[in-house]
Design a protein around this ligand. Structure first.
Ligand SMILES: Nc1ncnc2c1ncn2[C@@H]1O[C@H](COP(=O)(O)OP(=O)(O)OP(=O)(O)O)[C@@H](O)[C@H]1O
Length: 768
C-alpha cells in the first residue's frame, strides 16, 4: 500500500507498506510518525491501518481528536480504498491512500516538492465555476445557480448578470450584504478581473470569467505583521507606545493564549487582532487579506467574547439564544430551524439541561457558556476570548479550556487572553508571551515556552520575564528558532492592498424586510423581558394607580366644587390637570430611562454583527410608547372619570397620552446619551423638576421665564393643550393663549427633538 503524507507546507512524504499493521501518531513506535511540535493535535497513537484477508481497515484510537475519511469522522473502524483521504483531526495532516500496488516509480521516503496547495486550500479545496452565464447566488439549491451553503448566506443573496463581455453583480436583499473588494454594495456593480466578492464566509475571486471560491468556514488563518500601537494626547508630549512589532501566525484550528504581566497590552492586542481597533504600525491579515480594509466583509466570521458579559437576566437560556438566533441568522429561516440551531449550540456549550433556567439563576461558568453560545450561533470561525475564564474556579476554568479545545478541534481558530495559566499547557496549542511595554517575548507551544524561559511550569514565566529588559526579550525571540518556525516559515503571501473600489458603488443598507424582522424580534424580546419581570410589571401598573387614587382622594369630585366660589373651582381644576400632565410626562420618562443604557453592551454585540439601528430604536420607541400610553390611559381614565371636569374628557385623555409618549421619548434620549444607568436615573429629576417650575401653574411666568418655558418646556404646552379641552367658562384666562392646534404641533416637535437625540446617542454609542 502506498501512502502520501501531505504536509501543511505543501511537501509530500511517500510511504510503502506490505501486508502489515500501520500505526499513525506521534509515538516513536508508530510506522508513520508525526512531529509533535508541528502537529500538536495528533495523538500518540491516533489511528491504525490493519491488514486482513479482506484488505485494509482504518481503526480510530484517539480519545481527544477525530479521524476522518474523505471528510467524515470514523466511528471505530472503516474499510479503506484506493483514493481515500485520511485526516488526523479536522486540522491535522492528510494521508492520501494512493494505491494498493507499488506501480508508482517514486521511491518510498521521498519528499516531493510542493504538490498540494497550502493549508488554507487543503481544508476547503478551491472550487472554480464559470461566471459566463450569470445566475442567482444563494443558499437555496432550488433557486440558486451558485449554491453557497452557510447560514450567513441568504436563500437568494446576489444576482450575477452578464452583458457582452461585462459581468455585473447585484445584492438582492440579503441579510448580511454582498461585498466587492471589501466594500458593501448597494447598486449593480461591474466586476473586473481580480475583483473579490465576499458573500458570508465565501470569497469568490474573478479570474478570466471564472470564479475561484474559498471558504472561511472553520478555515481562518490569522496573521499579525509587525503590529504596533502608539497613542497621543492625554497631556503627553511624546506618543505612548502600548504595543511594539507583534508578529503572530495562527492556522485554522489552532488555539492560542496571550499571556503576560498585568498592563503588558494583552487586551489591547486582542482589540487590534479582532479589528475593533486599528494599529498605528503593521497590519493584521485574515486568510491573507487586510483585516481592516475588509472588516465589513469579514466581521461576521469573527466574534469577541468579553470578560464582562451583559445578558438579559429575566430571560431563560433558551430564550436568550433564540432571540440571538432570530437576529443573526437569515430572516428566511423558520422558527423550527432556529430551534434546531439553538439545540445544537446548547449541546456544544453543554447547557441542554439548563435551557429553561433564567440567566439570573446561572453559575459564573454557565453564564460564560451562554455568552459563548450567543456568539457561536452565527457560526464564526475566528474567536477572540478576553479573560473569559477569570473569576471561575479551577474546575470551571478547566471545563472552559476543554470546550475551547474542542472548538479548535472542529476547525475554529481561537485567541484567548488569560491570567490563569493552570490549564493552558494541557489544552492550547500556542502561547504568545507579552512583556512590559507591549514587547513580544515568545510565541510557540507551551512546552517550548517552558524550555525557552528555563522554568519548570508556565506560571514561573512571569518572574523570569523580570530578569531581562523587555527589549532584550524581544530581540532574543526574533533571533530564535521559534520565531523562524512559528512566524517566518508559516507566514503566507499577504495581500497588501485590495483593488480600489470603483465609482457607482456605495454602502448598502439592509432591505426593509430584514429591518422589519429585526424590529419585530427586538420588540418581542423587550416584551419577553418585561413579562418575565413581575415586580417591574407590578410597579408599572402600581404607579398610575397610586397617583390616580391620591388625586381622587385630594381633589374629590367636580360636583362637590360646583357650590364653591368660581375662582376656587377654576384653580382646583387647573391644578388637577397640571398634576395629571406632569405625572403622565414623568411616567413616560421614568419607564424608559434605563432601557437603552442598560442593554448597550448587548446592542453593541448585535450591531457589530448586522443589527439595523433604526430597527432597534424603532422597536424600543414603539414598545415604550405603548407602555406609557397604557399607563396614562389608566391614570387619566381613573382621575377624569372620578373628577369629571366639564369639557371634552376624551380629548383630555388623548392629550395626556401624547404627553406621556413624549416623556418616554425624552427618557430614551437621556438613556441613549448617558454613560451609565446611574447617570440616566439621576438626570430624570433634572429634566422633570423644571417642567413643574416652568409649567405656568405653580407660579405665573413673566418675560424671561415665559420665553424659556415656551422654548423648552413640554408640560407648559401640555397644560395649555389639556386646559384647551375644558369648557371656556372653566378656564382661567391668561396673557398667552395659543391655538389648540399650535399646542399639539409644539408637543410633536418636542417629541421629534427627543427622538433625534435618542437616535444620535444610540448611533454615537456604536461608533464611539
Ligand atoms: N487609551 C489609553 N490611554 C493610555 N493608556 C492606555 C490606554 N489603553 C490602554 N492603556 C495602557 O496600556 C497598557 C496595556 O493595557 P491592557 O489593558 O491592554 O493590558 P493587559 O495586559 O490586558 O492588562 P491586564 O492584564 O491588567 O488586563 C496599560 O498600561 C494601560 O494602562
Amino acid at each position: 500500500m502506498r501512502l502520501h503524507i501531505q504536509h501543511e507546507d505543501g511537501s509530500v512524504q511517500v510511504f510503502d507498506f506490505r501486508e502489515q499493521n500501520v500505526c499513525l501518531g506521534r509515538a516513536k513506535e508508530c510506522e508513520v510518525q508525526f512531529d509533535s511540535a508541528r502537529y500538536p493535535k495528533v495523538s500518540s497513537i491516533h489511528a491504525e491501518l490493519k491488514f486482513d484477508d479482506d484488505g485494509w481497515r482504518l481503526i480510530h484510537h484517539s480519545r481527544s481528536n477525530q479521524t476522518l475519511i474523505n471528510g467524515a469522522p470514523v466511528e471505530s473502524m472503516q474499510r479503506v480504498k484506493s483514493g481515500d483521504t485520511i485526516r488526523l483531526g479536522y486540522t491535522g495532516p492528510m494521508i492520501q491512500v494512493v494505491s494498493f500496488s507499488e506501480s508508482d516509480s517514486t521511491p518510498a521516503g521521498t519528499l516531493l516538492a510542493a504538490q498540494v496547495p497550502k493549508i488554507l486550500q487543503q481544508l476547503h479545496p478551491l472550487e472554480t465555476f464559470d461566471a459566463a452565464e450569470g445566475g442567482l447566488i444563494g443558499r437555496n439549491p432550488e433557486v440558486a445557480v451558485f449554491c453557497l451553503d452557510h447560514p450567513h448566506v441568504s436563500r437568494a443573496h446576489a444576482q450575477l448578470a452578464r452583458s457582452g463581455q461585462q459581468i455585473w453583480i447585484e445584492d438582492v436583499g440579503s441579510a448580511n450584504g454582498t461585498f466587492v473588494n471589501g466594500k458593501q454594495i448597494a447598486s449593480r456593480c461591474l466586476l473586473n478581473d481580480g475583483d473579490v466578492i465576499d458573500i458570508g464566509p465565501f470569497s469568490l475571486e474573478l479570474r478570466a470569467q471564472r470564479f475561484v471560491s474559498r471558504s472561511r468556514k472553520n478555515n481562518v488563518q490569522l496573521v499579525a505583521e509587525r503590529v504596533g500601537l502608539e497613542i497621543r494626547g492625554g497631556g503627553r508630549s511624546e506618543p505612548l507606545r502600548l504595543l511594539n512589532n507583534i508578529d503572530l501566525v495562527l492556522n485554522p484550528g489552532e488555539f492560542a493564549c496571550i499571556v503576560g504581566p498585568s498592563g503588558s497590552g494583552k487586551s489591547t492586542l486582542l482589540r487590534l487582532l479582532s479589528g475593533r481597533g486599528e494599529p498605528t504600525a503593521g497590519r493584521t491579515y485574515v486568510n491573507g487579506r487586510d483585516l481592516h480594509q475588509n472588516f465589513g466583509a469579514i466581521k461576521t466570521d469573527l466574534c469577541v467574547i468579553p470578560q464582562a458579559l451583559t445578558l438579559h437576566e429575566t430571560l431563560t437560556v433558551e430564550q436568550t439564544l433564540l432571540f440571538t438566533a432570530a437576529l443573526r441568522l437569515p430572516p428566511d429561516l423558520q422558527q423550527s430551524e432556529l430551534k434546531q440551531a439553538v439545540n445544537a449550540i446548547l449541546q456544544t456549550v453543554g447547557l441542554e439541561t439548563r435551557r429553561d433556567v433564567r440567566i439570573s439563576q446561572l453559575s459564573g461558568g454557565q453564564l460564560k457558556r451562554v455568552g459563548l453560545g450567543t456568539e457561536l450561533i452565527s457560526d464564526p470561525s475566528l474567536l477572540f476570548l478576553d479573560e473569559v475564564t477569570s473569576g471561575l474556579d479551577e474546575q470551571a476554568d478547566q471545563e472552559m479550556m476543554q470546550l475551547f479545545e474542542r472548538l479548535a478541534a472542529s476547525g475554529k481558530t481561537l485567541v484567548c487572553v488569560t491570567h490563569n495559566l493552570a490549564h493552558v499547557s494541557d489544552h492550547c496549542d500556542l502561547i504568545l508571551v507579552l512583556t512590559v511595554g507591549g514587547h513580544l517575548a515568545f510565541f510557540g507551544s507551551p512546552a517550548e515556552a517552558i524550555e525557552y524561559f528555563k522554568v519548570s511550569r508556565l506560571a514561573d514565566i512571569y518572574p523570569a520575564l523580570g530578569k531581562r529588559k523587555a527589549e532584550a526579550w524581544e530581540s532574543r525571540f526574533l533571533t530564535s528558532q521559534y520565531f523562524r518556525r512559528y512566524v517566518v516559515d508559516r507566514k503566507p503571501a499577504l495581500q497588501k492592498r485590495d483593488s480600489e473600489l470603483r465609482t457607482g458603488q456605495y454602502t448598502y443598507r439592509a432591505s426593509v424586510s430584514i429591518g422589519l424582522r429585526q424590529f419585530a424580534t427586538i420588540f418581542r424580546r423587550t416584551a419577553a423581558i418585561w413579562r418575565a419581570d413581575l415586580p417591574a410589571v407590578a410597579t408599572l401598573i402600581g404607579q398610575p394607580l397610586l397617583v390616580g387614587l391620591l388625586l381622587c382622594l385630594v381633589f374629590g369630585q367636580f360636583a362637590d366644587l360646583s357650590e364653591k366660589l368660581v375662582p376656587e373651582r377654576l384653580a382646583t381644576t387647573r391644578n388637577l390637570l397640571f398634576l395629571l400632565s406632569v405625572s403622565c410626562f414623568w411616567l413616560g420618562c421614568n419607564s424608559s430611562v434605563k432601557e437603552l443604557v442598560q442593554e448597550r453592551m448587548i446592542y453593541h454585540r448585535e450591531r457589530n454583527f448586522n443589527l439595523n439601528l433604526e430597527a432597534y430604536l424603532g422597536a424600543k420607541v414603539l414598545f415604550f410608547a405603548g407602555l406609557s400610553f397604557a399607563q396614562s390611559v389608566l391614570l387619566g381614565a381613573i382621575t377624569l372619570a372620578w373628577f369629571d371636569p366639564p369639557g371634552d374628557n376624551l380629548a383630555m385623555l388623548g392629550t395626556l397620552c401624547l404627553l406621556s409618549v413624549t416623556g418616554s421619548l425624552l427618557g430614551q434620549a437621556i438613556s441613549a446619551s448617558a454613560k451609565s444607568e446611574e447617570t440616566a436615573i439621576a438626570i430624570v429629576p433634572v429634566v422633570v423638576i423644571p417642567q413643574i417650575i416652568l409649567g405656568g401653574v405653580v407660579a405665573s411666568l413673566s418675560v424671561l421665564p415665559l420665553w424659556i418655558a415656551k422654548a423648552t418646556t413640554t408640560v407648559f404646552w401640555g397644560q395649555k393643550a389639556v386646559e384647551g379641552c375644558l369648557q371656556t367658562s372653566e378656564r382661567i384666562a391668561s396673557d398667552f393663549e395659543p391655538a389648540q392646534f399650535t399646542t399639539y404641533v409644539v408637543i410633536f416637535v418636542h417629541a421629534m427633538v427627543f427622538l433625534t437625540i435618542a437616535w444620535i446617542g444610540t448611533r454615537r454609542a456604536t461608533t464611539g
